[in-house]
Design a protein around this ligand. Sequence first.
Ligand code: HEC
Ligand code: HEC
Length: 199
Amino acid sequence: MDNNLWLALESRDALIAGDVARAKKKMAQLAAQEYRPLVPAAWIADMEAMQGYARAVAEARDLQEASRAMADVAVSCGGCHQKLFGGPLGDDTRARAPEEGVEDVAGRMKRHQWAANALWFGLARPSERDWTAGAEALVDAPLLPPRQAEGGVVDQEGHAAMERIRELGQDAQVAEEPGKRAEVYGEILASCFKCHASD
Ligand code: HEC
Ligand code: HEC
């Protein structure tokens, strides 16, 4: 529909990477976009509602607020697509979840990123199948602590943080309405951030 919407994905990935300043800048840009000349008049109210959440990310006082508002952005994308029956509808999660089995940290991170993306599309398309697939990828992570590139496995604290993400995957599996899903997604983004930002 318009390239500015990719700002939402860039902002989400900035949050995952622990760069809250970049996430806020991208959402300030989306919030400032004038949609009147670009989309039919009937869409404006929904566009502005979505931009209101983008502004909430831009103005968030902390990570928790930014992550939660980011999830609200995705839900508002999905709400409009469903209403207008337009947009990236359909359930075509493009890749399969990474394989089960013993994982190293890089493999676990690929799984996390894949799940964060599938859950996003679950909200923003919206798509039940994408949401479920993303939740399952988190829940199905191998139980053993992942191997580290430098040898050994992640320490107890790191493993506990990863197990917390599995629990959030379980929360995602039982969350049904969009508001509850946004809450869980916000917590997932925040827990990626906490670990990456402290590196
Ligand atoms: C005002 C309603 C509305 C909102 C809000 C909205 N969309 Fe859309 N979107 C549509 C409609 C209608 C289409 C299909 C027609 C079109 O592509 O112009 C669409 C199409 C798309 C497509 C299909 C590819 C393309 O470029 O045509 C993508 C991707 C997309 N939207 C992403 C998003 C994202 C991400 C958000 C939230 C940041 C969002 N949309 C918010 C109504 C909306
Ligand atoms: C326990 C701490 C921890 C948590 C929690 C965590 N990460 Fe990571 N992440 C790391 C470390 C350490 C690296 C860099 C090491 C590596 O890539 O081997 C990393 C790197 C990454 C990378 C870059 C990988 C690459 O190939 O360069 C991505 C993408 C990523 N994480 C996604 C996520 C997502 C999404 C989440 C949340 C669902 C998440 N991570 C949660 C510790 C964590």
